[in-house]
Design a protein. Structure first.
Length: 676
């Protein structure tokens, strides 16, 4: 049953027969001008947003008591939602202006309600969000006729399949003489029948906190739970913000309200009008799970952007960006001070032990911030660093002194490191300690740096090989060759550097040294070295043995600059290298396997056909007993390298932000080898 001052009615879905039986009540058919796009957007609203809109409408109607009820069936599923208030109701004479004009609410032309409250809604949009919850919405409203003591009541109904039309009954006298509106949302959608009411209540407490704190006499009840943000607030601060008028900036006055909650994971920011009425929500910018909070920016400037339909593109306005920058700095300072204050118990302990590295008082704000950051980190070290408390005094002093030096010498880099460490839960801090028991932090950093450098190198290599501006200028021996000498991992981790840019004669000498047969170098007759004047680009040797300890694998690579397509002449060159090595008895073939690879950016049709051999992998053009000759395209090598690194890349959550990162890596590490 509804409240006594309301006319009872069937809360089941209306059907055509029911409407026909009540046709004598029908007074108005309201046709609303609204686009189908707007309709679909409002029907997708979240449950909390939709309920909040109806509560805001009640508050705009000067309601002091608002009740939200969830009517359930025997299976505890929600069948209907009822929102009741004791506000001034909706005047029948203003009905067409209130409901009949999308974007034309009467509140658009008034600054405040009759009781002096600032309005939340001005555009008449909120009522459509009810259809995100159910397919039928009915308003039963009682209002007092101006200059009369008579209270009238009537009903408005709408259905989700036709939001451009509303049915309205004729007005009748209400004997109870109590004003207010009851909204009944019927035929609740399946997705809304088992929502988490506790979560909805917590979200509503956050949304209405500034308003309820500004108007303490208002009572909002949701499922018999009184919305009272004071029950959940740990701490609260109001900070005045003033941005003076400048040449390109208008003057802004705002109040920044920071509410820290007792529990939860809230990290949001609300843009509000000057009275704290929330208009839109966004992330606060502080990611720490240790700091559940909500930030409210309350300003007439926000409301102005909203009324002028500029709030959605607020980031394009320099004045707003200036306000937001000031807000973010204040919130960061607040969070840092909160952490520093909570660390004082640990800091007092360090001071009592005589190991706190600061002796003088802070002299300015910069020193204050540095000291706060140090205190936060030192408290974490004292609490979580395994073995710190039981260490000798000198060890503790050294650790804290090192921390201080790191902060003072490189504060920007250190701040990023500290932010990551401070956000680690205790379990991950323990994991970090266990890892450091097995390896060193420099080893972890070097390994991670190696991986990120390789990802940047692949990105840069792909650009200089395939970008039109580079492929025509990149030289083979003096540029590409020199860069690759330092990045030979791309051909395989199992190889180590052998030699480069030397004749096959010297390749032979290097191989004999590798095999431990240096004495043969002096014994080889000169006539046996004829024909070994060719100079391959790079020779690699297997870094570790497989199978027998004295078995090896040599990789001989011939590089071609990007603008040169691999054709018959280039294939003939790599084949000639292979045959000269195989035919020369001094090159070991018994325990050494030789692999010759021709690498280029483009393959001619002739080369592509040579790569297609029915009995072997693509690119293997010659396969002998102890040697192989391959043709490889750079794109294949790069994609294989990306594939090998993908797993670690995903685990590190690392990504190349844009192509400039790869090019920056090459220009920084190999400036002398990069083409202009």
């Amino acid at each position: 049953m509804l409240a006594k001052n309301m006319v009872s009615f069937n809360i089941d879905c209306y059907d055509k027969k029911f409407i026909q039986e009540r046709v004598r009540w029908l007074a108005v058919n309201l046709d609303v001008q609204i686009s189908n796009e707007h309709i679909q957007n409002y029907k997708k609203s979240k449950v909390t947003d939709a309920i909040a809109e109806f509560i805001w409408n009640s508050l705009d109607a000067d309601a002091n008591n608002i009740i939200v009820e969830f009517k359930r069936n025997q299976l505890e599923a929600i069948e209907s939602i009822i929102i009741k208030d004791d506000g001034h109701g909706i005047s029948f004479d203003e009905l067409r202006e209130t409901f009949g004009e999308f974007g034309g609410s009467y509140k658009k032309y008034r600054l405040k309600s009759p009781k002096g409250r600032c309005f939340h809604g001005k555009l008449g949009h909120g009522r459509y969000k009810g259809f995100a919850l159910g397919s039928k919405v009915v308003w039963i409203t009682s209002y007092k006729q101006p200059e009369e003591e008579i209270v009238y009541q009537y009903e408005i109904s709408g259905q989700s399949d036709n939001l451009k039309k509303y049915l309205v009954t004729d007005k009748e006298k209400n004997k109870n003489k109590s004003t207010g509106t009851t909204v009944v949302i019927q035929c609740v959608k399946q997705s809304c029948r088992n929502v988490d009411i506790i979560s909805i209540i917590e979200e509503l407490e956050i949304v209405f906190a500034p308003y309820l704190l500004a108007y303490p006499g208002i009572k909002i009840s949701v499922d018999d739970h009184i919305i009272n943000p004071l029950n959940s607030i740990r701490d609260m601060h109001d900070i005045d913000i003033h941005i003076p008028k400048e040449k390109n900036f208008e003057e802004i006055n705002a109040i920044l309200k920071i509410i820290e909650w007792n529990k939860g994971k809230n990290k949001n920011r609300y843009l509000c009008n000057a009275s704290g009425i929330a208009i839109t929500e966004e992330p606060s910018g502080i990611n720490s799970n240790m700091f559940p909070h909500t930030v409210y920016i309350m300003s007439d400037f926000i409301e102005k952007l909203w009324i002028e339909n500029k709030l959605e593109v607020r980031e394009f306005y320099h004045t707003y960006k200036k306000l937001l920058n000031k807000v973010e700095n204040i919130v960061r300072d607040y969070y840092r001070e909160r952490l520093a204050n909570s660390a004082q118990e640990s800091i007092a302990e360090l001071k009592n032990q005589g190991i706190y590295p600061y002796t003088s008082e802070v002299k300015n704000n910069i020193e204050k911030i540095e000291r706060q950051v140090f205190d936060i980190c030192a408290a974490k070290v004292n609490t979580y660093l395994r073995g710190f408390k039981s260490s000798r005094k000198k060890t503790k002093q050294f650790t804290l002194r090192l921390l201080r030096e790191s902060l003072e010498q490189n504060p920007t880099s250190m701040k990023k490191v500290l932010t990551e460490i401070l956000d680690l839960p205790k379990e991950q801090l323990d994991d970090l300690a266990n890892i450091l028991d097995r390896t060193s932090l420099p080893a972890i950093i070097n390994t991670t740096k190696m991986l990120t450098n390789r990802l940047a190198f692949i990105n840069g290599l792909e650009q200089i090989l395939y970008s039109p501006g580079y492929e025509k200028k990149l030289l083979e021996r003096s540029q590409l060759h020199k860069i690759l000498i330092e990045e030979l991992w791309i051909f395989g981790e199992e190889y180590t550097y052998g030699c480069d840019d030397i004749s096959l004669t010297n390749v032979l000498n290097e191989q004999l040294k590798w095999l431990g047969r240096e004495e043969l170098v002096q014994e080889i007759p000169k006539e046996e070295l004829k024909g070994l004047s060719d100079i391959p680009d790079v020779c690699l040797y297997r870094q570790y043995t497989t199978g027998r300890n004295d078995e090896f694998k040599n990789l001989v690579i011939e590089l071609k600059r990007p603008k040169v397509p691999l054709n018959a002449d280039e294939l003939s060159q790599i084949e000639r290298y292979a045959y000269k090595v195989i035919e020369n008895k001094y090159f070991d073939k018994e325990k050494t396997k030789w692999v010759f690879i021709l690498v280029g950016s483009k393959l001619s049709d002739f080369a592509k056909q040579k790569c297609k051999q029915s009995d072997r992998p693509y690119g293997l053009i010659i396969k002998g007993e102890n040697y192989e000759v391959w043709i490889r395209e750079w794109n294949q090598i790069i994609q294989e390298a990306k594939g090998k690194l993908k797993y670690l890349k995903d685990k590190l959550e690392y990504s190349i932000s844009d192509n400039s990162e790869g090019m920056s890596y090459l220009r920084t590490k190999y400036p002398q080898f990069m083409p202009d």
